[in-house]
Design a protein around this ligand. Structure first.
Ligand SMILES: Nc1ncnc2c1ncn2[C@@H]1O[C@H](COP(=O)(O)OP(=O)(O)O)[C@@H](O)[C@H]1O
Ligand SMILES: [Mg+2]
Length: 270
């Protein structure tokens, strides 16, 4: 017996879900100079206020797709629309948390967290007040005057997250943000992320190669095939989040979803 929440959508291209789409990817293909075909005709829509994960084998094109949505990389063909407007480059409604933190080593934590606002010309007192709020939200109260090298990898990643939140973009894109941290930190992060998704009403696009992580944090999961990537499946995840982390990880919906995704993904491994 399969719960309704686990049923596959009729077609990956028609993925409106209950909420209205804020990001639409229409027929996007990407062939890198040199001929590597990363993405093959991807069509997807991302509902507002939810966290959607892109999950797929290593090298399948997850980062490529996220960068195209961010406007950091042009598609070879196809379009990305944000609230109906075509993406031609980065924009203030989108922010990006990089895999490698991308912090400025010479600047304090607060300056790093406020940097997106500094680029936008927000006055210092205002940008530092905002950065301080988000640093506190990600558990870094008291570390404002430290430098990146004085922090652990997990804390640096939190600074990157605070910076992405402080600019008040509606769409926050995260490329494997938890891959460089230990398991304990990773689980704390996942809790923070769930809290932020509930509290901020932003749209999160999250890339991971961990099935368990995707199922734990996502409202929806987009499964990508091996390169050249296509949308293989879209899965709605409805977990009883109020029950707590340990209960969720033992819940039949969680376990069934992890197993079902594995049954698809294992065919993409060599
Ligand atoms: N700038 C580039 N030039 C050529 N090939 C690239 C470039 N960036 C990524 N690729 C290739 O495109 C494919 C998809 O890469 P990527 O999007 O980084 O995958 P993922 O994030 O899923 O691991 C890989 O085969 C990778 O080697
Ligand atoms: Mg990647």
């Amino acid at each position: 017996m399969r719960s309704a929440a686990l049923q596959q959508m009729p077609s990956p291209a028609q993925t409106a879900g209950a909420a209205s789409p804020i990001v639409e990817v229409r027929g996007v293909s990407k062939i890198y100079p040199g001929g590597v075909e990363a993405l093959n005709n991807i069509s997807l829509s991302f509902p507002e206020g939810e966290l959607t994960s892109l999950l797929g084998p290593s090298g399948c094109g997850k980062t490529t797709l996220l960068k195209i949505i961010a406007g950091l990389l042009p598609p070879t063909s196809g379009d990305v629309l944000i609230r109906g407007r075509k993406v031609t480059g980065p924009g203030p409604e989108r922010s990006f948390v990089f895999q490698d933190f991308a912090l400025m080593p010479w600047a304090t934590v607060i300056r790093n967290a406020a940097f997106g606002l500094e680029l936008r010309g927000v006055p210092r007192s205002e940008r530092e007040a905002r950065a301080e709020k988000y640093l506190a939200d990600v558990g870094l109260k008291g570390f404002e005057q430290k430098f990146p090298h004085q922090l652990s990898g997990g804390m640096r990643q939190r600074v990157g997250l605070a910076r992405a939140l402080a600019v008040n973009a509606d769409i926050v894109m995260m490329d494997e943000p938890f891959s460089a941290v230990d398991e304990q930190t990773r689980r704390q992060f996942q809790e923070d992320l769930l809290r932020l998704v509930a509290q901020e009403r932003k749209t999160f696009l999250f890339v991971t190669h961990s099935i368990e992580e995707a199922v734990y944090v996502s409202n929806r999961i987009v499964l990508l095939s091996r390169r050249p990537s296509r949308v293989s499946e879209i899965i709605d995840v409805e977990l009883p989040r109020e029950t707590g982390p340990d209960q969720i990880r033992r819940h039949p919906i969680y376990l069934d979803t992890v197993e079902r995704i594995w049954q698809t993904l294992k065919h993409y491994l060599d």
